[in-house]
Design a protein around this ligand. Sequence first.
Ligand SMILES: C[S@@+](CC[C@H](N)C(=O)[O-])C[C@H]1O[C@@H](n2cnc3c(N)ncnc32)[C@H](O)[C@@H]1O
Length: 252
Amino acid sequence: MTLFMIGLGLNNEKDITVNGLEAVKRSDFVYLEDYTSRLNCSEQDLEKFYSKKIILADRELVEKKADEILDEAIKKNVAFLVIGDVFSATTHIDLYLRAKEKNIEIKVINNTSILNAVGIAGLELYKYGKTTSLPFFEKSFRPETPYDVIKDNKKLGLHTLILLDIKKDQNKFMTVSQAVEQLLRIEKKRRKKVFTEDTMIIGCARIGSDDFKIKFRKSKELLNEDFGEPLHCLVIPGKLHFMEEKMLELWK
Ligand SMILES: C[S@@+](CC[C@H](N)C(=O)[O-])C[C@H]1O[C@@H](n2cnc3c(N)ncnc32)[C@H](O)[C@@H]1O
């Protein structure tokens, strides 16, 4: 039968496309990839809207026990739901390749992702460089990669999208101010003036929902700004075109 890989979009149960909803309705099992992002609605809201039972798929199920999902798709229709878009930010290429190996028919139904919805901030999507992720700092794990990515993108005049860490099992979602604080700590160590207290940055929250929030300020001014409920992300502008500057005026 068929493995449907379906993007759910960014906001709530109603962001699924008509094609996506039809595929869910035709499915015998419906899995929700549950560890890399978050919708502004509950699983119960999804179940009610789809009239289907949802099976939460944590990292272990998707990465280590993918065969369980795939073996079902040999005889039945299986829907694998991904928040955002199927192959954006977090790729599910591995699941796709494994399904191919098992000769399972696959149908991908796309949706919007933070990678393109961040366009609302007003910076041209064509002028973003490498995207980077900022993990929660731990005592012995303080990666500086995001700092280097900002530096390299800036050199080319490109914008940087920074995705912020999620620890869903602990209900922990990195906020804009936590991200700024961590990046300033790296700046203090590296001193290359890549991300200073005066660097103008864009803090974003809940893009794609009615109560999204965007602020364009000096990083030090976002340290104490409350962006509210997750999810949050950061954008560090590169070289700005006057139209981009005009749009950023809206968020000052
Ligand atoms: C690992 S990515 C997963 C992206 C998802 N698959 C997609 O296509 O949008 C999750 C991170 O992206 C950012 N993000 C995702 N959706 C967001 C939203 N609606 N508003 C702000 N940031 C968001 C957050 O930093 C979050 O921790």
